[in-house]
Design a protein around this ligand. Structure first.
Ligand SMILES: *Cc1c(COP(=O)(O)O)cnc(C)c1O
Length: 374
């Protein structure tokens, strides 16, 4: 039997093969490859999708986060050493964006049920030096943004959403990317909205911020050969923008497939050894806040569980095996005690989920999970 891949990127892009070829051909034939009509059109379309006034294309998601924080420094809203609250169990890029800007990350334990920031723990971490929060929508689920924005208003904090895993996730009609003061998106190929190479964007309703980020990503230039800042080169390519315009049209339909798979997993995986991320009463009607970039279960004997699934032909991945504070890169934080984060990182396993999975494949995963006996 054919192996069930964790994410079949080839099949995902094959679905749109002709439209992608047409878009690529349009770029090739245009004779214009950097900062042209495709980027402009994608930025308008993605801003409209998110409901924001602005979208600025970037070379990747990390740069979107880095340059947004950098822009706030250039605008005088952040300074070296300011504390920035970030979930301890995030992907390392969220933390790199903070330290790259010589800001101080304050790693906060997540909420045990959602893996996202917990308002009470964020509140407890706020000091007189706290100036910003990086709210990560981990695994595709919106962080508790109403509570976070209320806290941010009260303490005059900036909120940067890390929406790299949550394209389209929505609460009260408001999507990821439109809750905070700004948001970073990644269009890395495996993300829910994936380019065919590296790509990213930031969204915001703040015109000055959008202009500053745009300048920073273009050598610090707002006007040809005039440089306001010591910027970098981090632009979205015309080619990737053209391909992303095709894929954006299918994002909502693909998200609905992911959500349907998640509901099937939640309702039919019944194994006390396998802890689910949502309860079995979850239905498609109330899952809009979760784009299910990943379906992450927790299993105490993780290696045995992975071996068991692998023997049935099912690929799994771990997001993520080592938390940022235990990475070599962050030796300075190695003495931090973050027991919840550490136990999450020891137990999480991501099951296959993606817009081209068949019902039979979903059923195979469910059966294999239920057959696991430790
Ligand atoms: C993928 C990802 C990023 C980084 O995006 P790149 O485009 O790979 O630079 C940042 N944050 C999170 C949570 C991610 O999953």
């Amino acid at each position: 039997m054919k192996k069930i891949q964790f994410l079949d990127l080839k099949a995902i892009n094959q679905q749109h093969r002709q439209a992608l070829i047409d878009a690529a051909t349009r770029v090739i034939d245009s004779g214009w490859y950097v900062l042209g009509q495709e980027v402009k059109a994608f930025e308008q379309e993605f801003a409209a999708y998110c409901g924001t006034n602005h979208c600025v294309g970037m070379a990747n998601g990390l740069d979107a986060l880095v340059l947004t924080l950098r822009a706030w420094k250039e605008m005088g809203k952040l300074q070296d050493g300011d504390e920035v609250i970030v979930p301890a169990n995030t992907y390392i890029a969220s933390v790199l964006a903070i330290t790259e800007n010589r800001l101080t990350p304050v790693l906060v334990e997540p909420d045990e049920g959602s893996y996202n920031l917990c308002p009470a723990k964020v509140s407890a971490a706020i000091t007189s030096k706290t100036k910003a929060i990086v709210a990560v929508h981990l695994y595709g689920q919106l962080a508790p943004m109403k509570a976070i924005m209320a806290m941010a208003d009260e303490h005059r904090l900036l909120v940067l959403e890390d929406s790299a895993q949550a394209h389209g996730a929505m609460v009260d009609g408001k999507r990821a990317g439109n809750w905070g003061h700004a948001s970073g998106f990644s269009f890395y190929p495996g993300k829910n909205l994936g380019a065919l190479g590296d790509a990213g964007a930031m969204t915001t309703n703040d015109t000055e911020l959008a202009q500053t980020v745009r300048a920073l990503g273009n050598y610090g230039s707002h006007k040809k050969y005039e440089n306001l800042f010591q910027g970098v080169n981090s632009r979205l390519d015309e080619m990737q923008a053209a391909l992303l315009r095709v894929k954006l049209q299918h994002l909502d339909a693909e998200t609905r497939v992911r959500q349907a798979i998640a509901v099937a997993y939640a309702q039919d995986i019944r194994n006390p050894l396998v802890r689910l991320p949502i309860d079995s009463h979850a239905s498609l009607d109330n899952l809009g806040h979760h784009a299910f970039h990943l379906f992450v279960v927790r299993v105490q004997q993780r290696a045995a569980f992975q071996t068991h699934l692998n023997a049935t032909g099912i690929d799994t991945l771990i997001h993520y095996p080592i938390p940022p504070h235990q990475q070599q890169a962050y030796k300075a934080y190695s003495s931090l005690q973050l027991p919840l984060t550490e136990s999450i990182h020891k137990e999480v396993v991501s099951l296959p989920i993606g817009p081209t999975m068949s019902l039979a494949q979903v059923q195979t995963v469910i059966t294999a999970c239920n057959a696991y006996s430790g």
